[in-house]
Design a protein around this ligand. Structure first.
Ligand code: ZN
Length: 385
C-alpha cells in the first residue's frame, strides 16, 4: 500500500496536526512494509460454554458452522483454563500469555503486557492496527496492561458497542422530547451526538493516549451504528452488534491484530437453558460470518489466522442439577475447553494434546513474528506452517 493511501485510509488528518511528522511517516512505512504481512484474529466464543453443548457429539447440532469448519482447520480438543474463572481474567490470560489475577470485573488493567502492546511496540504499528471489540462491557481495560514500559500508548483500540448502544437508549429515555423509541432516526441522531461527546465514558477507549478520536474513525463507526439501527440485518443482540462493528472495522481499517469478544452465552446465569442454547447457536453463526468475511475480504483472505476458543466453560452437572448456570466450580467442565485454528499457516488436523489459554498469545506472537518475552504460554507449533 502506498504511504499516501495508508494515510488516506487511516484518515489521519487530525493526527497529522497533533503528532510529529516523523512518527506518522514511521507508521506509514511500517504499514507499507507489512501490507503483505500476516494477520491474527482471536475470537472468544465467549460468555462461558461447555464442551457438552458444543464439540461433544451430542452438542454438535448447536454449532453447525464450527462443526463444518473443523475439518478445514486444526482442532485442539483439550484447551485448559488453569487460571481465575472470571470473564475478565480468563480473557486477559488469553491476550497476555500469562495467567492473570487482577480484578474480576475489569477495574484493573492486565498486569502483563498484552499481545497488542508487544505487536505495536515491536512493529511501530499505528493505533489503527490493533483492536478489541467486546460485547462484555467490563472489558474497557482489555487493550493494554498496567506495565510502565508498555501500556496505553501501545494498546489496542477498545470498542464496547453494546455499552454504547445501551447508553444511547438510556439517554433517549431520559429525554422526553426524544422519548419515541420507535423512531429509529431519533436513536440514530442521538448515537451520532454521543459519538461526538466524551467517548471514554460511553464505550470507547479509542486513542485514549492523549489523542482525539480520528474523524474518519468516528465517521465510519457512526455510519456502522446507523446501519445497525436502520439496516436490513437488524441485529438484536449484543454479539450481533459486536460482529457488525467488527466487520466494519475490518473493511475500513484492516487491522492486523484483532480480538473479538462474544458474550451473549453468559445469559445462562439467569437460568434459562434454552436461551443459553440459542446464544450458542447465534455465536456459531456470527463466528461463521466472521470467517466468511476473512475468506472474502481481499485484505484478510489467505494471510489471516483465526483462533477461536471459549474463555471458560461452565460447571458440570455432577454436583448441581443445573451446572450450566455458573462457572465457578473449577471442575473439568469449567476448565477444559477447546480451540479451533483456521486460515493461513494452519495445518488440517486434530489432537487431544493439552494446550492452555496462555498459549494463545504466544501462538499469535509466533504467527506475527514477534519476540514477546515474558509469556508463560508457548506457541502451539502444530498449527504453524
Ligand atoms: Zn459469567
Amino acid at each position: 500500500m502506498l504511504t499516501r493511501d495508508f494515510l488516506k485510509l487511516a484518515g489521519l488528518s487530525i493526527a497529522q496536526r497533533i503528532l510529529p511528522p516523523s512518527l506518522l511517516q514511521l507508521w506509514a512505512q511500517a504499514a507499507d512494509a507489512q501490507a503483505k504481512g500476516r494477520k491474527v484474529i482471536l475470537v472468544t466464543f465467549g460468555g462461558g460454554v461447555r464442551t457438552a453443548e458444543t464439540f461433544a457429539p451430542a452438542g454438535l447440532h448447536n454449532i453447525p458452522r464450527l462443526a463444518a469448519l473443523r475439518p478445514e482447520g486444526y482442532f485442539y480438543q483439550n484447551c485448559q483454563n488453569q487460571g481465575v474463572l472470571s470473564h475478565f481474567n480468563s480473557t486477559a490470560s488469553i491476550v497476555t500469555g500469562n495467567w492473570q489475577r487482577v480484578d474480576d470485573f475489569g477495574f484493573e488493567a492486565p498486569a502483563s503486557a498484552t499481545i497488542f502492546e508487544h505487536f505495536r511496540k515491536a512493529n511501530k504499528a499505528g493505533p489503527l492496527d490493533a483492536w478489541v471489540i467486546a460485547t462484555n462491557k467490563s472489558f474497557a481495560s482489555m487493550g493494554s496492561s498496567s506495565r510502565r514500559d508498555f501500556g496505553v500508548p501501545f494498546g489496542a483500540n477498545v470498542v464496547l458497542p453494546k455499552q454504547l448502544l445501551l447508553d444511547a437508549v438510556k439517554n433517549i429515555v431520559r429525554k422526553p422530547k426524544d422519548s419515541d423509541l420507535s423512531d429509529r432516526d431519533a436513536v440514530h441522531r442521538r448515537l451520532e451526538t454521543i459519538l461526538q461527546e466524551g467517548y471514554e465514558g460511553v464505550g470507547w477507549t479509542i486513542f485514549k493516549g492523549g489523542r482525539q478520536m480520528d474523524k474518519h474513525v468516528q465517521a465510519t463507526l457512526t455510519r456502522a451504528l446507523g446501519e445497525f439501527i436502520n439496516g436490513p440485518e437488524a441485529p438484536t443482540s449484543g454479539d450481533e452488534l459486536t460482529f457488525f462493528i467488527t466487520r466494519e472495522v475490518m473493511r475500513e481499517f484492516a487491522p492486523r491484530l484483532l480480538l473479538v469478544n462474544f458474550w451473549d452465552m453468559d445469559v445462562a446465569h439467569w437460568g434459562s437453558y434454552s436461551l443459553y442454547l440459542q446464544a450458542i447457536t447465534r455465536t456459531d453463526r456470527l463466528t461463521g460470518m466472521l470467517w466468511d468475511e476473512v475468506s472474502q475480504n481481499p485484505k484478510y483472505k489467505d494471510n489471516t489466522t483465526v483462533l477461536i476458543l471459549p474463555e471458560l466453560g461452565r460447571d458440570g452437572d455432577a454436583n448441581t442439577a443445573n451446572g450450566f448456570l455458573n462457572h465457578r466450580s473449577g471442575d473439568p467442565s469449567c476448565r477444559n475447553t477447546w480451540l479451533l485454528a483456521l486460515g493461513a499457516g494452519v495445518a488440517k488436523g486434530a489432537t487431544d494434546k493439552p494446550i492452555s489459554h496462555v498459549d494463545v498469545a504466544a501462538t499469535a506472537a509466533a504467527i506475527l513474528n514477534l519476540r514477546a518475552d515474558g509469556m508463560t504460554g508457548v506457541a502451539a507449533k502444530e498449527i504453524l506452517i
